[in-house]
Design a binder for this molecule. Structure first.
Ligand SMILES: Cc1ncc(COP(=O)(O)O)c(C=O)c1O
Length: 461
C-alpha cells in the first residue's frame, strides 16, 4: 500500500465483488447480483449514496440504523479529526478516560428513571450479552424471558433470545434457561414470571423484525409484573433508541415506564465506530462489580475507546443541537399520515405499523378473490420469501431508494430513514412506494414477470 491511500484504493475499485466471492461471503455476492443490488456505491453523504456513475440514491436502510444522523456527518467528522491529530493516550486500561465519563454523563441525562450507570461495549449484541449477565448476577436467577419474533443480536447468548427458528437452527444448543412468550401478551408474561425464577424480561419496544409496537400500557404493566415477581425489566433500544421513534428512548412514550436495564448501540457513534452501551440502575452494577477483585469481572478490550467515545459525544450533541428527536417525531407522523391511505389502496398490504422513523408495511394474501390472489399463491408456491423483493427491487431500480426486507420468512418491509430526513425526501419515497404498489395490481404485468423470473433463477441456483 502506498502512502497515498486513496489513490491506491482507487486502483482497486471494481474488485469488491470478486474479493468478497473469494474471501468473505460468496453467497451474499450471489444474492446481491440476483436482485441487481450490486451497485458499487462510492460515496455517502447525509441521506444519500452515490454509485460510480454518479447516480444518487435515497438511503432508507441507514446501515441497519447506524446512520441515524446521516452519513459522514460534518460535526462528528470534525471531532474525530481533532481527536486523531491530538494523539490522545487511548485505552490505557489502568486509568479512567475522561471521554467515556462524559459520554456516560450525557447518555444517562436522557434516560429517565434512575439509570445512572453505563457499561460500554462494541455492538448491540454485546450490550445484550451484558444485560443477560448483569441481570443474572444481580438477581441470582437464571431464566431470561423474551418475545416471539424478537431480535437481540446473533452472538450465542443474544441468539438464545431470538424469536425466529430460522436464525437459531443448525447452531446447536444455546444459552439454557430462556423462555419465549408471545409479543404483547401480559397473561403469558405473568405465567413466565410467576415461578420467581426469571432474572429479566427483555423486550424491544418496536420489534426490529416486524415493526410491531408494544401496546399502550404494555410496558407499564410488564414493569408492574416484573417488580411483583422480582424480575428486572430490560428494554432493548439498540434500534429504537436515541431519537428514532420521536423520544430519546422509545420507552419514554409511556412516562410510567422506568426500566432496570436499557441496551443502546447503532446510532450512538454516528456510524463511524462500533459502539454499544448497557445502562442500568446503580444497584445492578454494584452487585456485579462488588469487590476490588471483581472490578473488571465483565470487560472488553475495545470498550470505551477514544474514537467511539468522541463519536458518541458528538452524536449526542448533534441529536440535541439539531433537534433530531423532534424531527423524527414530526417526520414519522407525516410518513404515517401519508402511508395509511397509500397502503389502504393496495390489496396486498395488511398493516402499517411502527413509531416515529421506524415503520414498516406488512403484506398478506389479498382477501378478495381474483387474479391477484392467484398471483400471490403462485409466487408463494414457488418461493415463500420473494414477495417483499417485488417492493424493494423496483424501489431501487426505478426510484433509486435503498431498502431491505425486514426479516426472513416474514412479509414485512421496514424503513429506517435517517433522523435528518426532510419532507421532500419522504415524498420521494412515498410517491415511489405508491407507484410500486400500483404496479403490483397489474397481473399479468412487468412487476410480476420480474419476480417470477427471479423465483426461477433462485430455484435453479
Ligand atoms: C433490537 C436489536 N438488538 C440487538 C441487535 C444486535 O446488534 P448488533 O448487530 O450490533 O450486534 C440489533 C441489530 O439489529 C437490534 O435491532
Amino acid at each position: 500500500m502506498r502512502s497515498d491511500f486513496l489513490a491506491w484504493l482507487e486502483e482497486h475499485q471494481g474488485r469488491q465483488y470478486a474479493l468478497h466471492t473469494d474471501h468473505i461471503n460468496p453467497v451474499f455476492v450471489k444474492m446481491l447480483r440476483t436482485i441487481d443490488f450490486d451497485r458499487g456505491y462510492v460515496r455517502g453523504q447525509g441521506c444519500y449514496l452515490w454509485d460510480g456513475e454518479g447516480n444518487k440514491y435515497l438511503d432508507l436502510l441507514t446501515g441497519w440504523g447506524v446512520f441515524a444522523l446521516g452519513r459522514n456527518h460534518p460535526t462528528i467528522k470534525a471531532v474525530l479529526r481533532q481527536l486523531i491529530d491530538a494523539e490522545f493516550p487511548n485505552l490505557v486500561r489502568m486509568d479512567c478516560s475522561l471521554l467515556s465519563g462524559l459520554v456516560a454523563e450525557a447518555l444517562t441525562k436522557h434516560a429517565s428513571g434512575g439509570l445512572s450507570r453505563v457499561f460500554f461495549n462494541n455492538s448491540g449484541a454485546e450490550s445484550v450479552e451484558a444485560a443477560i449477565k448483569f441481570a443474572r448476577c444481580a438477581t441470582g436467577r437464571q431464566k431470561i424471558v423474551f418475545c416471539d419474533h424478537a431480535f437481540h443480536g446473533l452472538t450465542t447468548g443474544a441468539l438464545a433470545l431470538n424469536g425466529a427458528d430460522f436464525f437459531r437452527e443448525r447452531f446447536g444448543n444455546l444459552l439454557p434457561g430462556t423462555e419465549k412468550i408471545p409479543f404483547n401478551d401480559l397473561g403469558a408474561l405473568e405465567k413466565a414470571l410467576s415461578d420467581r425464577a426469571a432474572a429479566a424480561f427483555i423486550v424491544e419496544p418496536v420489534q426490529g423484525k416486524t415493526c410491531e409496537v408494544v401496546h399502550d400500557g404494555f410496558l407499564g404493566d410488564a414493569q408492574r409484573l416484573c417488580r411483583k415477581f422480582g424480575t428486572l425489566l430490560a428494554v432493548d433500544e439498540v434500534q429504537s433508541g436515541l431519537g428514532r421513534t420521536g423520544r430519546w428512548f422509545c420507552y419514554q412514550h409511556w412516562p410510567e415506564v422506568e426500566p432496570d436495564i436499557v441496551c443502546v448501540s447503532k446510532a450512538l457513534s454516528g456510524g463511524y465506530v462500533p459502539v454499544g452501551a448497557t445502562l442500568t440502575r446503580p444497584a445492578i452494577m454494584d452487585a456485579v462489580f462488588n469487590s476490588m477483585e471483581r472490578c473488571v469481572v465483565h470487560s472488553n478490550t475495545f470498550g470505551q475507546n477514544d474514537l467511539a467515545m468522541a463519536a458518541a459525544l458528538a452524536s449526542l450533541y448533534v441529536i440535541e443541537e439539531q433537534r433530531l428527536v423532534e424531527n423524527a417525531a414530526a417526520m414519522g407522523a407525516y410518513a404515517m399520515e401519508r402511508l395509511k391511505p397509500i397502503a389502504g389502496s393496495s390489496p396486498f398490504v395488511s398493516g402499517v405499523r411502527g413509531k416515529g422513523l421506524m415503520f414498516g408495511l406488512d403484506f398478506a394474501r389479498p382477501t378478495s378473490s381474483g387474479k391477484l390472489k392467484l398471483a400471490w399463491d403462485m409466487l408463494h408456491r414457488m418461493n415463500y420469501g420473494l414477495f417483499g423483493q417485488m417492493i424493494i427491487i423496483p424501489l431501487l431500480q426505478k426510484h433509486r431508494i435503498l431498502t431491505q426486507v425486514a426479516g426472513y420468512h416474514t412479509e414485512v418491509i421496514k424503513f429506517l430513514p435517517p433522523l435528518i430526513i426532510t419532507r421532500e425526501d419522504l415524498d420521494w419515497f412515498l410517491n415511489a412506494l405508491q407507484e410500486v404498489l400500483a404496479d403490483l395490481q397489474r397481473f399479468p404485468g412487468s412487476a410480476w414477470d420480474t419476480v417470477f423470473g427471479l423465483a426461477k433463477r433462485v430455484a435453479k441456483a
